[in-house]
Design a protein around this ligand. Structure first.
Ligand SMILES: [Zn+2]
Length: 532
């Protein structure tokens, strides 16, 4: 996410004032964003690897189909025979947990299953503000389930089916509780099909001053900006970044509108004045990054480096404004690849909407930008490289819990500085970092624990980036970029927490780095930068 406050203001010499404004603008009204709490870096990674249900991103997907989902996975509690021939009694069926215990939002996500793929079949009529939705989640039970939850804050549902049989369900706040007719055995694959015919809605969040998710500002425009919890406003979902899944979008819209979504366009047909566009993701994706856009867009495409397909969809009135920065995307990928490793996806580009939601969001393979982001050429370039860098850090490598949001924003902000270092001959990154730290020191809390309302506070971005710069000063350039490349590669298509990153940094550098991260991420006071 980028709020557009960013760091460009350093050039105007009013950094302190602007940072205060950013911090205020990004916080929920009346919420203390001071963070606090944890002051130590855990020593053990809690990286989730989902060995039983992870879906490879190569192979079968290249032929246009999904890779097979295992019909059963090795899970604790599954009945069967042991190697000694002893019979294990079947696990007692349970009700799936209503949350995943996220340190900031414990009720987000749900226990008892792993989502494998979502199919969002949406007929969208923006003029009538009406969506006919058929949403299917394919999942694997990780426990023997009597019932389970999805997160949902959207319009009234018409029907819920599990494995083709109508299920009992009820709603309580943002929870959708489902009771299938039959127990779902641990390790079994099941599908949940939900339908509605109504208008989706945005979802309030303490972390952003306006509702997130579905945005329908005009009769000819729909788009989606979901971070952190907007996905549940338009489809029932296991709405937590730790449960990534594949997505397929089947979007039917009236002519002459275009529908876009994450991933690759795999087909489009027009019939009776309605056009259906189908998109597929090739890599698992966090729910907050799922996006669509419906409107009149000017499509631009070009071959990118390393065979990457670059395509943008831009509101016609903004093409002239947005083109200069968007044209740099290929060069940005080329510049960042030696530092971060190969670009994680085979397709990328921007959706630029003629609507102001106050920033930009790094939706996987299709970042979305408010038109206003392009009014300043300097800001435009920074925001474009920021969202592009998130494809490595945030999208391919995804946070396992929301408290560790600095792993997204600190890295993307540091990419802005790396880009400046590459392209501005007079830019002195070391001097800039010292001045930035001095400017922000009076107002920043700990970026490693910004509080539930502080996900997008400036400390997460800028002190988060300075944490990386201190790491670089400490371990040297060679080890620093090897750390970034190893981290990006090891956790590609997966999730990670701060301890996972620290472990990579210590492994590559051979140094004990707990004190560094403890001070920079969790200390109340922003440390002084010290040379290596
Ligand atoms: Zn960001």
């Amino acid at each position: 996410m980028s709020s557009g406050g960013g760091t460009r203001v350093r050039r105007l010499g009013v950094l302190i004032t602007a940072l205060a404004v950013v911090a205020a603008a990004c916080a929920g009204p009346g919420i203390d964003t001071g963070g606090g709490g944890g002051t130590t870096v855990p020593t053990r990674s809690t990286v989730r690897t989902d060995p039983g249900v992870s879906v490879p991103d190569t192979g079968a997907t290249d032929e246009g189909g999904y890779p097979p989902v295992p019909s059963s996975v090795d899970l604790p509690g599954v009945s069967g025979s042991t190697t000694t021939g002893e019979t294990v009694p079947p696990a007692r069926p349970v009700e799936g947990d209503i949350g995943l215990g996220d340190p900031y939002y414990p009720d987000w996500g749900n226990g008892g299953y792993d989502a494998v793929r979502y199919t969002l079949d949406l007929t969208i009529r923006p003029e009538q503000d009406l969506v006919d939705a058929v949403v299917t989640m394919d999942a694997v039970a990780t426990e023997s389930l009597l019932g389970f939850n999805l997160d949902y804050a959207g319009p009234p549902l018409d029907q819920v089916m599990v494995n083709g049989i109508e299920a009992e369900w009820d709603r309580d706040g943002q929870e959708l509780r489902i009771q299938p007719v039959d127990v779902l055995p641990a390790g079994s694959e099941f599908s949940v099909r939900t339908t509605y015919s109504a208008s989706p809605n945005s979802v309030p969040t303490v972390a952003w001053p306006q509702g997130v998710g579905w945005q329908a500002p005009r009769a000819d425009l729909v788009y989606v900006v979901s971070e952190p919890n907007g996905a549940r406003g338009w489809f029932p979902v296991n709405d937590h970044p730790s449960d990534k899944a594949l997505y397929r979008f089947v979007l039917t819209v009236p002519e002459p509108l275009t529908a876009v979504a994450n991933g690759e366009l795999v087909g489009s047909t027009t019939e009776g004045g309605m056009t259906t566009f189908e998109y597929e993701t090739h890599h698992p994706m966090a729910s907050y990054l799922a996006t669509i856009g419906v409107g009149e867009f000017t499509a631009r495409s070009s071959p990118g480096p390393d065979g990457i397909e670059l395509r943008d969809f831009v509101a016609p009135g903004l093409v002239g404004l947005a083109t200069p920065a968007l044209d740099l995307q290929a060069e940005m990928i080329e510049g960042l690849t030696p530092l971060f490793g190969p670009f994680p996806f085979d397709i990328y580009g921007a959706l630029v909407v003629d609507s102001e939601f106050g920033g930009a969001l790094e939706n996987q393979t299709l970042s979305v930008f408010s038109g206003g982001m392009f009014r300043s050429p300097i800001l435009a370039e920074e925001v474009v490289v920021h969202e592009l860098a998130h494809q490595w850090f945030g999208d391919s490598v995804t946070i396992d819990n929301w408290r560790d949001i600095w792993l997204n924003e600190g890295f993307a902000t540091y990419a802005e500085w790396l880009w400046r270092d590459m392209t501005e001959p007079d830019f002195d990154l070391d001097a800039f970092a010292v001045a930035t730290a001095d400017s922000g020191r009076p107002i920043w809390g700990p970026p490693g624990d910004p509080g539930p309302a502080g996900l997008f506070d400036s400390t997460v971005y800028i002190r988060g980036a300075l944490t990386l710069h201190q790491l670089r000063l400490t371990v040297g350039d060679d080890d620093f970029f090897e750390i970034l490349r190893t981290y990006a590669s090891r956790f590609a298509d997966s999730t990670v927490d701060t301890a996972g990153f620290v472990a990579v940094a210590e492994e590559i550098s051979g140094r004990e780095l707990g004190d560094l991260f403890d001070a920079w991420l969790y200390g109340d006071r922003t440390p002084e930068l010290v040379g290596g």
